[in-house]
Design a protein around this ligand. Structure first.
Ligand SMILES: *[C@@H]1O[C@H](CO)[C@@H](O)[C@H](O)[C@H]1NC(C)=O
Ligand SMILES: *[C@@H]1O[C@H](CO)[C@@H](O)[C@H](O)[C@H]1NC(C)=O
Ligand SMILES: CC(=O)N[C@H]1CO[C@H](CO)[C@@H](O)[C@@H]1O
Length: 461
């Protein structure tokens, strides 16, 4: 629902960069035969491109989101007031209970409260400029010169305090260029039977259920995020423990822990960790008591132990692209994505040698050393997300289409790939994280502020 805002932001950024006085529309041809449409200064005409109907369609969608964005902002205001009330009350309680309580817990609570207050300030400071633009809505046919312009009567978008940096632009661009990933290179030998060595209950994915929603993020910081469970928890945590990170922003460090689903749904964290290094995007996993994540603006993988609240291992993923080189189609610097399945810890990414195709590496969870690597034929930018089940990588064709499909599988047991056609619903139409949990045999996803879960069915072997 942030489409219009980001569109405006992107236009502003471009205008600032290029120093032009009005936005315009350009298209270009990529080596893989796709046309990129971007709102920027005019590029040279590309005869090989088709008419920009596809981009117009995207623009139309962005516009139609404007109304719901306004509603969302109104709701946001309401929640903000509630949040403030809560902070005020909790601060009162906190002061009363200060004596006699476990000091560590107090520190966590205090930190959390300070963050909430900070968040409130940010939200207050950065009211999204949107009034007035609504008049453009319903002008009938799409007219590119009506795109929001900094030259208009509106004040320039005050994006700086949102810490979006260029992320907004990247997101917009992927929104425009996403093409349903249908033109996948066909698999060779579809020897599709998984042969997971030990695990029972392994098989090929054959069905995904409807999403069930468990929580919805309150603030803009939660438009993207990741929520996780540990399939092999270590003491003090259980299979019921849930972790969550909001991933919007440039300094993402907070990891919220919830005792169980009930507390998660109520939004009552039992602990908040402040990570020593900031997190890039939504590719993290929790496994055996550790958070595995990509350090911001780097190809560095980190293993953070929650018990000691320290980073145990820090290792570069050789040649891996990062910061928008080979992201998933929704953008968001999703260049490096961890996964956990019945066989252990994996990471998917791409390299220049692989020319943007998805590379899968099996990792040693203790040392983060790469044990084995497979290069697929699936272009990373052409898929919305991916996850591993029983040593098989599955890809999702769209993050925004409500009726998406799991369109491809690569089996690391047999080194073979296969086209798939399993329906997958993106109910809230902005899926930025999709992970499999082997303990529960469910898929967890983060779809446009919403934390959802899917049942799945695997074929019997
Ligand atoms: C597009 O909008 C501009 C300014 O609003 C107007 O001058 C122009 O005639 C419009 N073009 C079309 C095709 O509607
Ligand atoms: C599959 O590919 C990996 C990595 O290239 C290789 O080590 C392995 O021997 C291959 N396995 C089979 C069954 O072909
Ligand atoms: C509206 C607002 O709060 N703007 C602030 C954004 O942040 C800069 C510093 O980064 C402040 O100078 C502005 O006042």
């Amino acid at each position: 629902m942030l489409g219009p805002f980001l569109l405006t932001l992107a236009s502003s950024l471009l205008l600032q960069v290029r120093g032009q006085s009005s936005p315009s529309f350009s298209r270009s041809l990529r080596r893989d035969g796709r046309c990129i449409y971007s709102f920027s200064v005019a590029g040279p005409p590309e005869d090989a491109c088709s008419e920009p109907g596809e981009a117009l369609e995207a623009v139309r969608e962005l516009r139609s989101d404007r109304e719901s964005q306004r509603r969302e902002l109104a709701e946001l205001g309401d929640r903000l007031r509630l949040l403030e009330g809560w902070v005020a009350r909790s601060l009162g309680q906190h002061q009363e209970q200060e004596q006699g309580q476990d000091r560590g817990n107090n520190l966590h609570l205090l930190r959390r409260l300070q963050e909430l207050e900070q968040e409130n300030k940010q939200l207050r400071a950065a009211q999204c400029p949107h009034s007035g633009r609504g008049s453009q809505q319903g002008r009938g046919r799409e007219n590119l010169s009506n795109l929001p312009s900094r030259q208009g009567t509106q004040p320039a978008v005050r994006a700086s305090n949102w810490s979006f940096e260029n992320r907004g632009f990247q997101e917009l661009k992927s929104e425009i260029t996403e093409v349903p990933a249908s033109r996948l290179i066909q698999g060779n030998d579809p020897n599709d039977r998984a042969t997971a060595p030990h695990s029972s209950g392994c098989g090929m994915l054959e069905w995904v259920g409807d999403p069930v929603t468990f929580q919805k993020a309150d603030t803009i910081l939660g438009k993207y995020g990741v929520w996780m469970k540990d399939p092999e928890p270590v003491p003090l945590h259980t299979r019921d423990t849930i972790w969550r990170m909001n991933a919007v922003g440039t300094d993402v460090r907070l990891l919220y822990e919830y005792r169980d689903l009930d507390q998660f749904m109520k939004g009552h964290p039992s602990k908040v960790y402040m990570l020593p290094e900031p997190v890039e995007s939504t590719g993290s996993v929790i496994y055996r008591g550790c958070l595995y994540y990509q350090q911001r603006k780097s190809r560095t993988l980190l293993r953070y132990e929650m018990k000691t609240e320290t980073i145990l291992v820090q290792r570069d993923l050789p040649n891996a692209g990062f910061q928008g080189m080979y992201p998933y189609s929704w953008g968001g610097y999703t260049d490096i994505d961890f996964a956990v399945d019945e066989m252990g810890l994996w990471v998917t990414y791409s390299t220049s040698q692989a020319q943007g195709a998805i590379v899968i590496s099996k990792l040693n969870p203790k040392s983060l050393q790469t044990e084995q690597t497979w290069t697929t034929t699936i272009r990373r930018r052409s898929v919305a997300n991916s996850f591993m089940i029983c040593g098989i990588l599955y890809t999702l064709n769209s993050y925004s289409n409500r009726h998406a499909i799991i369109n491809f599988a690569y089996n690391t047991n047999t080194n073979s790939s296969k086209a798939m056609n399993i329906p997958f619903e993106n109910r809230y139409r902005y899926n930025c994280m999709t992970d499999y949990n082997p303990a529960e045999k469910k898929i967890l996803a983060w779809d446009n502020f919403n934390m959802v879960m899917y049942d799945i069915r695997l074929s019997k072997l």
